[in-house]
Design a protein around this ligand. Structure first.
Ligand code: AMP
Ligand code: MG
Length: 397
């Protein structure tokens, strides 16, 4: 039996990043992995500019509150003023360049006006309400490292230095299929003994969420031939094949046998709940990961193991989730023989509650949760104890 940490290490050791790159328009870069560091050619902001709507002044002209100054110019965002004449103020708006000579901006709430002059009701300090040129980015500075996943903020950052396209790694192709004679696709009526193929939606949703190119091969019956055929097809077109079900040691479990026949297999029993055996293998050029069929086990093991594996395979540098200490709002009396990941939700008081039914078949617990409490082997919990909490936000993005 491997610990969850050992399993993750073993998988990450086998995950080799794609190397082919392409250039995409910035608008199409969301979810992609940056192939090369990005350097800014410009300084951001390009000029000292005002953080407020108000009046730009020379501090030396405002030595007491109540000073009256003529308004010598008006500068809007997008315009450039002229040097500020001593003894005058410039009407200025947020984002407009501060004119040479001015060394403070008073917000308009601190000023009065008689229509001609401005009355400064507050003593300014040097640099007040001025956003300095380059305070965000210096020309020549690296703004994004290779291996960064492009999210909304990264897109905006790239845009802020004028990048119209980005070099990215090619998308990882992930094929999925779902084994089980009992499985039915939603839209059809269930016959006795059948259940809906929920893993298809959970797992393809997770794969899509990572920005991989999904190849959804649907339901595969519980025969060696069907499993082999599906596996062969999947491995021929994908970088990674992910499946659910058929990896226990039951008589109708053909996944391991099929991987073994077509390639090489490594089967790990993980000392955790939920989660049964997980199969890793290689078929041709593709990696294979077989997850348990139980819906919660499939969800949790994908989040904890497959996600980091795929991220590393995609070329991302940040692949591990983080856990944070939170106080328990529940008691856990039975010391487990395995590490346990409990579906949990942070309550308004900041404490973690756990779903009432932690069975690996109860998918409602996953939809209800906003994270998992990660309990060590043998750990018991009293309300108020500090426990490790892994937010779903760390696992779903
Ligand atoms: P298995 O790992 O194939 O032995 O399946 C374990 C349990 O998960 C069984 O109760 C299956 O019916 C259920 N199961 C397997 N595959 C799926 C699926 N794709 N969607 C929902 N439940 C499944
Ligand atoms: Mg099965």
């Amino acid at each position: 039996m491997l610990s969850a940490t050992e399993l993750l290490d073993a998988l990450l050791e086998r995950a080799h990043a794609v190397s082919e790159t392409e250039t995409v328009a910035l608008t199409a870069a969301l979810g992609r992995v940056l192939a090369a560091p990005q350097i800014s050619a410009i300084t951001v902001p390009p000029l000292d500019n005002s953080a407020m709507d108000g009046y730009a002044v020379r501090v030396a002209d405002v030595l007491r509150a109540g000073v009256r100054l003529p308004v010598s110019q008006r500068i809007q965002a997008g315009e450039v003023g002229v040097a500020l004449a001593p003894g005058s103020a410039a009407r200025i708006f947020t984002g407009a360049p501060v004119p040479p000579g001015a060394d403070a901006v008073l917000m308009q709430e601190d000023c009065g006006t008689d229509g001609v002059d401005v009355v400064i009701n507050k003593l300014p300090w040097s640099g007040e309400n001025i956003r300095r040129a380059g305070e965000d980015i210096q020309a020549g500075a690296q703004i994004l490292a290779a291996g960064t996943r492009i999210g909304a903020a990264e897109m905006g950052l790239a845009a802020s230095v004028g990048l119209a396209e980005l070099p990215v790694l090619r998308r990882l192709k992930v094929a999925c299929f779902f084994t089980g004679d009992e499985l039915v696709t939603p839209g059809r009526a269930l016959q006795p003994g059948q259940i809906y193929n929920s893993n298809r939606y959970t797992l393809t949703g997770l794969v899509n969420g990572l920005g991989c190119e999904l190849i959804d091969l649907g339901i595969v019956p519980d025969t060696l031939e069907a499993t082999e055929t599906a596996l062969k097809g999947a491995a021929g077109i994908a970088d990674v094949v992910v499946t659910s079900g058929g990896v226990s040691v039951g008589e109708a479990d053909y996944v391991k046998a099929a991987v073994e026949k077509l390639g090489a297999v490594k089967m790990w029993k993980v000392a955790m709940k939920p989660g049964k055996p997980i199969v890793y293998g290689r078929v041709g050029q593709a990696d294979f990961i077989g997850l348990p069929g139980n819906p919660v086990s499939a969800f949790v093991t994908f989040c904890l193991f497959v996600r980091p594996f795929l991220l590393k395979r995609m070329g991302a540098t940040r692949v591990l989730y983080r856990a944070f200490p939170v106080q328990a709002g529940f008691a856990w009396k039975k010391a487990g023989a395995r590490r346990e990941f409990l579906r949990a939700q942070i309550q308004p008081d900041g404490r973690a509650a756990i779903y009432r039914n932690q069975s690996s078949g109860v998918l409602t617990s996953c939809a209800w949760s906003d994270g998992m409490v990660d309990l060590d082997v043998g750990q018991t919990v009293q309300p108020g104890d500090w426990v490790r909490f892994i937010p779903l936000a760390e696992l779903l993005s």
